[in-house]
Write a protein that binds this ligand. Structure first.
Ligand SMILES: CC(C)(COP(=O)(O)OP(=O)(O)OC[C@H]1O[C@@H](n2cnc3c(N)ncnc32)[C@H](O)[C@@H]1OP(=O)(O)O)[C@@H](O)C(=O)NCCC(=O)NCCS
Length: 178
């Protein structure tokens, strides 16, 4: 039998721990959805319904959260959702989601949506949003997320710090009942 114990290429890569949990990287759960805006998605002015884009955002964020925690999630909160520009009939809409923070049972997901120019490939932002997804069991009871988040660059570290500020704002809102 071959002895591979000294072959470092076969060792699992460690990205450190967070509160004793092994970490996954932001890149491990990065999710991109691509949609085409069709007739059922638009209003009388041929502009994409806000609610349809919110559905796509929620779905993409949920996939990123599931990829990180490896189980079921439910959306607890959607905030700072900003419609910056409209999308129109036949536009290609790209929705990018990535984990910015992992708490005990919750994850914050940043979602940025774009319209992509099919000829140049250039993307223009149409929406930004932050969703809080909670890892739950089959009864819908919150569970600890088994993986922390490894911050592999300055951008991810700054995103984590900004997420902690937003979590503080959410807690304040909760205390005041709004
Ligand atoms: C989300 C839900 C599971 C939270 O349950 P809960 O009993 O309030 O749970 P807890 O108070 O223990 O909070 C669990 C985590 O969620 C976070 N959380 C709960 N409500 C939140 C809110 N409104 N905003 C942000 N975070 C929230 C808590 O901060 C906590 O995070 P942490 O474990 O990382 O510290 C529950 O409120 C629920 O089922 N809501 C309905 C979800 C739903 O139907 N979504 C739409 C369909 S996907």
């Amino acid at each position: 039998m071959m002895d591979n114990s000294s072959d470092t290429s076969l060792q699992p890569i460690s990205y450190g721990t967070q509160d004793g949990r092994p970490c996954k990287r932001v890149a491990d759960s990065y999710t991109e959805s691509v949609r085409i805006v069709t007739h059922p998605d638009v209003n009388g002015e041929n502009r994409l319904f806000g609610g349809r884009l919110m559905e796509w955002i929620d779905e993409t964020a949920g996939i990123a959260a599931r990829r990180h925690c490896g189980g079921s999630v439910t959306t607890a909160c959607v905030d700072t959702l900003q419609f910056k520009h409209p999308a129109k009939l036949n536009d290609i809409v790209v929705i990018e989601a990535c984990v910015t923070h992992v708490g005990h049972s919750s994850l914050e997901i940043q979602v940025i949506s774009y319209v992509e120019d099919p000829s140049s490939g250039e993307r223009a932002i149409i929406n930004t949003a932050y969703l809080t997804e909670v890892h739950v069991n089959s009864e819908g009871v919150p569970q600890e997320v088994q993986f922390g988040l490894a911050l592999t660059n300055e951008k991810e570290r700054l995103a984590w710090e900004a997420a902690e500020k937003r979590i503080g704002i959410r807690q304040t809102r909760k205390e005041f009942g709004f």
